[in-house]
Design a protein around this ligand. Structure first.
Ligand SMILES: [Zn+2]
Ligand SMILES: [Zn+2]
Length: 490
C-alpha cells in the first residue's frame, strides 16, 4: 500500500502551486468574488510530497547580500520605517521632557500593542490556539495595527511558513542565517526567496482579518501614532510627549521586542522538549517578548495557547488570554496533553543521560568475549589469575592487591567458580564491586550456567542502561540464541 503511494507520488511531477483561476471567462465585475473564492482555497491543497526539496532545487534565490550590492537590494518601505522611527524617537526624546504620566502610559501602550501581536497576530490568528469573541478580535486587530508589523494576514502567512519550514531557506526568518538576519535583516532587504507555501484561507474567511487588511494604512497611523498622541494630550496636556514616547519610541521597543522572538528565541537558552531545530527556552527572551520566550515548547506544541507551562514562568500573553476567558471574551483555549508534553521532556532528559553514559567505560560486550571451555579455563588459570563468577571468566591480576578483603581470598579462588562466595557466600559484595568485577571480564565459560538470576549477570550500573531503539531490536533479534539455551548471555 505504502509502496504504491510512494511510487505514485515520486513519479508524478509536482503540480503547479499557483491557484488556477478561471477568470478568463469571468466578467470584470465578478473578479472580486472570484478572487475571494481563490483566497479561500487552501494554497497547499495540491502540495507535492517533496515540496521543500523540490522548491529549493528548482527555484532560484536572489544573490546573497554583500557590501557591494546591499543598497540595490533594500526593501525601501521596511528599511525606512525601521531606521526613521528610532531616529525620530531619539531626537524627540532629546528635545522632549518625559512626564511620569506619559512614561507610564507609554509602558501601558507598549504592552497593549505588543499583546496585539503576541495574543492576537501570533497565538490567535497564526496558530488558532483559542477562539476570540468579535469585540476581542477587533481590539486585538487594532492593537496589532499599532505595532506596525504588517497586516494580520501578511504576518500570519510568514509566521506559518516559519513554523512549517523552520531553519530552512523557505523559512522567511531562517535562524541559520544568523542573529542579525533573523532579527531584522530579513525585512531590510528584498526577500531572498519566496517563503514556503503556507495556507491562510481560514484568515481570508475572517471578517476582522479582512477588515484590518483592507484599512491597514489608516489603522496603522491611527493606532501607531494618533491614539498615543491624543490620549496624553486630552488627559494631561502632553501631546508632544505622547507622540515621542508612547508613539515613536514605544514603537521601536515593540518592534525589537517582537523581533526577538525570531532572533533571541532561536539562539539563547535550553531545549527541554526537542533539539532537532533552533528554538530555545529562556526567561530573558520571555521578559523582552511579553512571554514568547519559551519558544522550544512553542515550536513543539504551536497550537497550545501557552508558551510557558509552569505557573511561575513569565508569560503575560498566556495570562491575558486566560483573563479574557474569565471575562467571557475568549473560549476553547487549546492545551496540549500533559502526557505528550512529558514524553518530549523525558526524551531530552534521557538524551542528556545517554551522553553521560557514553562518556563512561563499560565492560566488554558479551558478543566480543571468547567462549572458553572448562579445560582451557583451567589451563590458562595456571598462567594468569582467572576466576569464574556467574559464567564469566575474569582476569583479576590488576586487582588482587587492592581487594579490600585481602588478596588471599582472591588467590584461593583462581581457577574456580567463585559465584556463591562473591554473592554473599563469603561477603555480599557492593554494587560498586559488582560493577568493577564486570570490567575484568575476559571470556565466557562454554556451557557455564548463570546461577539462575539475571542480577548476577548484569552489573547494577547496567540494569537501567539507556539503549537506542536499534540497539534494543538487535538484542531481541538474537533471541533465537537465547531460547535455544546456548546463548544465555544474550
Ligand atoms: Zn520560531
Ligand atoms: Zn509561532
Amino acid at each position: 500500500m505504502s509502496s504504491v503511494y510512494q511510487r505514485k507520488t515520486s513519479s508524478s511531477p509536482p503540480p503547479s502551486l499557483s491557484v488556477s483561476s478561471s477568470s478568463t471567462t469571468v466578467a470584470t465585475s465578478d473578479m472580486t468574488t472570484d478572487k475571494l473564492k481563490n483566497d479561500m482555497t487552501p494554497v497547499d491543497i495540491n502540495i507535492p510530497d517533496n515540496y521543500v526539496e523540490h522548491t529549493l532545487k528548482t527555484t532560484k534565490a536572489l544573490p546573497p547580500i554583500t557590501w557591494g550590492n546591499w543598497y540595490k537590494e533594500l526593501n525601501w518601505l521596511s528599511f525606512t520605517i525601521l531606521t526613521v522611527t528610532p531616529t525620530i524617537g531619539l531626537i524627540g526624546a532629546y528635545l522632549t521632557k518625559l512626564r511620569w504620566e506619559t512614561f507610564f502610559f507609554a509602558i501601558f501602550y507598549y504592552f497593549f500593542t505588543g499583546l496585539g501581536i503576541t495574543a492576537g497576530y501570533h497565538r490567535l490568528w497564526a496558530h488558532r490556539s483559542y477562539n476570540a469573541s468579535k469585540p476581542l478580535q477587533y481590539l486585538l486587530a487594532l492593537a496589532g495595527a499599532g505595532a506596525v508589523e504588517g497586516s494580520i494576514k501578511w504576518w500570519s502567512r510568514g509566521h506559518r511558513a516559519h513554523h512549517r519550514y523552520t531553519d530552512t531557506d523557505l523559512d522567511p526568518y531562517n535562524a541559520h542565517k544568523g542573529l542579525v538576519w533573523s532579527h531584522i535583516g530579513w525585512m531590510l532587504v528584498k526577500p531572498r526567496r519566496k517563503p514556503g507555501v503556507a495556507d491562510v484561507s481560514d484568515l481570508s474567511k475572517n471578517e476582522v482579518v479582512r477588515w484590518q487588511h483592507r484599512h491597514y494604512v489608516p489603522l496603522l497611523l491611527m493606532m501607531g501614532f494618533v491614539v498615543p498622541t491624543v490620549i496624553p494630550w486630552l488627559l494631561w496636556g502632553d501631546a508632544k510627549g505622547g507622540y515621542v514616547y508612547a508613539g515613536v519610541l514605544r514603537l521601536c521597543f515593540v518592534h525589537h521586542s517582537t523581533f526577538c522572538v525570531n532572533s533571541l528565541a532561536h539562539w539563547l537558552g535550553e531545549t527541554p522538549f526537542d533539539d532537532k531545530h533552533t528554538p530555545r527556552d529562556h526567561v530573558l527572551t520571555a521578559l523582552v517578548t511579553i512571554g514568547e520566550g519559551y519558544h522550544n515548547f512553542h515550536h513543539q506544541f504551536p497550537m497550545d495557547y501557552r508558551n510557558a507551562i509552569k505557573w511561575y514562568q513569565y508569560d503575560p500573553t498566556k495570562w491575558f488570554i486566560w483573563a479574557c476567558q474569565q471575562l467571557g471574551l475568549a473560549s476553547h483555549l487549546k492545551v496540549f496533553s500533559d502526557n505528550e508534553v512529558r514524553k518530549g521532556q523525558l526524551t531530552m532528559q534521557l538524551k542528556k543521560l545517554r551522553e553521560t553514559q557514553e562518556k563512561l567505560k563499560w565492560p566488554n560486550d558479551n558478543t566480543d568475549l571468547p567462549v572458553i571451555s572448562w579445560e582451557s579455563f583451567q589451563e590458562q588459570s595456571q598462567k594468569r589469575p582467572l576466576i569464574l563468577i556467574s559464567g564469566f571468566i575474569h582476569d583479576v591480576s590488576t586487582f588482587i592487591e587492592e581487594h579490600p578483603g585481602g588478596p588471599h581470598l582472591i588467590v584461593k579462588m583462581i581457577g574456580k567458580d567463585a559465584t556463591t562466595a562473591f554473592f554473599g557466600g563469603v561477603y555480599d559484595h557492593s554494587n560498586a564491586a559488582h560493577n568493577l568485577l564486570a570490567m575484568k571480564r575476559v571470556g565466557i565459560l562454554h556451557g557455564g550456567h548463570a546461577h539462575g538470576l539475571e542480577d548476577k549477570l548484569i552489573p547494577p550500573s547496567q540494569r537501567l542502561k539507556i539503549a537506542r531503539y536499534n540497539e534494543l531490536s538487535s538484542a531481541y533479534g538474537s533471541s533465537t540464541a537465547y531460547s535455544d539455551g546456548e546463548g544465555m548471555f544474550y
